[in-house]
Every structure is written in structure tokens, then in C-alpha cells.
Design a binder for this molecule. Structure first.
Ligand code: KG4
Ligand code: ZN
Length: 307
């Protein structure tokens, strides 16, 4: 009924997420954000069916703030408590739009600032990771190369913006050869770094659009090759995408076009459901609620969480 997000400006000032500042920002923002969400939905907090929160994975300080707040609300309002896995929620963001959602089973390429995964979804609560990054996530590849280009954090959206005006074939960066359905992105950052070190001081300024387009093209190519392989291996022809990097216009276009050529159905969530959002936590909680999947008040958050 509402999808409210606090601004993330604190991260911009420091060129990345500083864990201590992130948890303080959570403390400051959580009450105003809940108030705003409830009032923009035109409901009373007491009329909700359950309280859901992100239990894992993430920065422990931020997760603790959300967990404690959710537990307190659950206790005070006598509502059941639902623990949500952040990466499951990214995948299930594809189920928010009633008019454009995939049938099961579907494949999901989840590309965020912390994760890069290929997931098989057999049902909302039966998800299996069949491939993932062995080092940096796709979002980190965007953000770290953006930093090398002198762009502020998070650099992904800016690379996307400048890439629109650039030539994706202007510069060639090596793609890693990684087995199975796994990914690697740390080499890309290094090859961009070495390439830039050989150039003069005005090079970036004079070639920013082409540099962004070429970096973006390389990342998209790495992602698309693996999702094609996953389609071939599993025979599943419903392909979804999720996570912050799925907001990338080049990736959205390339995935749709490849799907059309190779006969898959492509599902891409609306922009507001790609980057971290509250609606994806709510849709996951909805399915857990239907399955009576509740947690007790002694639940703790975990920074890392295996599926
Ligand atoms: O899912 P998300 O909002 O947070 C995490 O769970 O990590 O993903 C954030 C990541 C950042 O690395 C950001 O640069 C990237 O998503 N991102 C993009 C775009 N929008 C956000 N990367 C490329 N193009 C975009 N348009
Ligand atoms: Zn996320």
C-alpha cells in the first residue's frame, strides 16, 4: 500500500557505505519512515496483519536496528513477526506486479551491490542459487570502476547515464573465464585501473561517455553469457532480473532483446522495485504469512546467510 524509502545521502559524502554511519542513519530514520509509510497508505499501524523485517544478509548494525524495531512493534501490537531474507525479497520483487509476473519455475538474475546470483524459483518459498560471484558483485563492479573514473558513490546510475551517450566498443576490457554459472568482477576493476594509469590526465574527462559505455557493455556481456547458459542448462524460459543493477537501462534492453532472439519471456520489475525497497520485503512476507512462516521474539539478525 506504500513503499517508502529514506534518502541514502550519507553514503554519497563518504564515497561508499560506512557501516557505523549506516546504522546511525537507520536509528534516525526508522520512526519517521514507518510513520510516513503508514500515513501514505492511509491506514493505522494497528490494522496491519504482521510485521516483517530483513533478518539477513547485510551490515549487522543496520540489521539490528530493523530487527529490534520490528520485534518491539510486534510485541506492542500483538502481531506475528516475519523474518525476510534480503536476496529472496529481491527475487520476489518480480511478483509484485499482478499484471506482469512470471509463472513458476523461473530463473532470476539477481544483481545488487553485494550479490550476483542466478536463482531457480520453483515457488515463492522454494528458491535455489545455481550460480554466484566468486569475488565482487556486479554492483561493486559498477561502483568501483565509477570511482576510478572520479564519479561519486553509488556510481552505477551515473555510468548508466553517461553510457547512453557513449560508444560501447570504444575500449575493450577483458572478460573473465569462470566455470559453471559463476561470475567474477574483480578483474574488470583492475583492468580499468591499469588502462587508466597509461593515459594522460585529461583522458577521463575527454572520454567519459565512451569509458562508461565500454565498462557497462563488458559487465552486461558477462551477465548475459551466464544467464544464457543457465537457460540452456535448466530449460527454464521465464527469465527475471532483480536487484539494484537491474535498474540499468543497458542491461534491461540487452536482456529483453536477447530473450526475444532466443525465445524466452523476460520479466523486469519497475525501477522502484529493483533497488532496495520496502515492497519487496512486504511481498515476501505475504507468501510467508500464507505459509504460517513466523518467527519468535528471540530471533537475531545475521550478517551472512546461506540459503
Ligand atoms: O539492490 P541494491 O539497491 O542494494 C543492495 O542490496 O546492494 O543495489 C545497489 C547497487 C549499487 O551498486 C548501485 O550502483 C547499483 O545497484 N545500481 C546500478 C543502477 N542503479 C543502481 N548499477 C547500474 N546501473 C544503474 N542504473
Ligand atoms: Zn538489495
Amino acid at each position: 500500500m506504500s513503499n517508502f524509502i529514506a534518502n541514502q545521502k550519507v553514503h554519497e559524502q563518504y564515497g561508499g557505505v560506512v557501516p557505523e554511519l549506516a546504522s546511525r542513519a537507520h536509528m534516525q530514520n526508522i520512526v519517521p519512515v514507518v510513520d510516513a509509510a503508514v500515513s501514505s497508505a492511509h491506514i493505522n499501524l494497528s490494522s496491519v496483519d504482521a510485521i516483517a523485517f530483513t533478518q539477513a544478509p547485510g551490515l549487522i548494525g543496520s540489521l539490528l536496528v530493523g530487527t529490534q524495531f520490528a520485534k518491539s512493534l510486534s510485541l506492542a501490537l500483538h502481531k506475528p513477526l516475519i523474518a525476510v531474507h534480503h536476496m529472496q525479497a529481491h527475487v520476489l520483487a518480480n511478483l509484485i506486479d499482478e499484471n506482469n509476473k512470471p509463472d513458476f519455475p523461473f530463473l532470476c538474475l539477481t544483481v545488487s551491490g553485494g550479490h550476483t546470483q542466478i536463482v531457480v524459483a520453483n515457488s515463492p518459498l522454494d528458491l535455489k542459487v545455481i550460480g554466484e560471484t566468486i569475488d565482487d558483485a556486479a554492483g561493486e563492479a559498477f561502483d568501483k570502476t565509477a570511482k576510478l573514473l572520479g564519479l561519486p558513490y553509488p556510481g552505477g546510475p551515473l555510468i548508466d547515464k553517461y553510457a547512453k551517450e557513449g560508444n560501447p566498443y570504444a575500449f575493450k576490457f577483458a572478460e573473465p573465464q569462470i566455470s559453471e554459472l559463476n561470475f567474477s568482477f574483480s578483474g574488470l576493476k583492475t583492468s580499468v585501473l591499469y588502462f587508466l594509469q597509461k593515459q594522460d590526465t585529461t583522458f577521463i574527462q575527454n572520454n567519459l561517455n565512451d569509458l562508461c559505455a565500454s565498462v557497462q557493455h563488458t559487465i552486461i556481456s558477462i551477465l548475459l553469457k551466464k544467464i544464457q547458459k543457465a537457460v540452456k542448462q535448466t530449460g527454464i524460459k521465464n527469465v527475471c532480473i532483480a536487484g539494484g543493477v537491474s535498474a540499468n537501462s543497458g542491461l534491461r534492453k540487452a536482456l529483453t532483446e536477447t530473450g526475444e532472439q532466443l525465445g524466452w519471456r523476460t520479466f523486469i520489475p519497475k525501477f522502484e522495485y529493483c533497488t532496495d525497497n520496502a515492497a519487496m520485503i512486504a511481498i515476501t512476507a505475504y507468501y510467508k504469512y500464507l505459509a504460517n512462516d513466523f518467527v519468535a521474539l528471540d530471533i537475531s539478525p545475521t550478517a551472512r546467510a546461506e540459503w
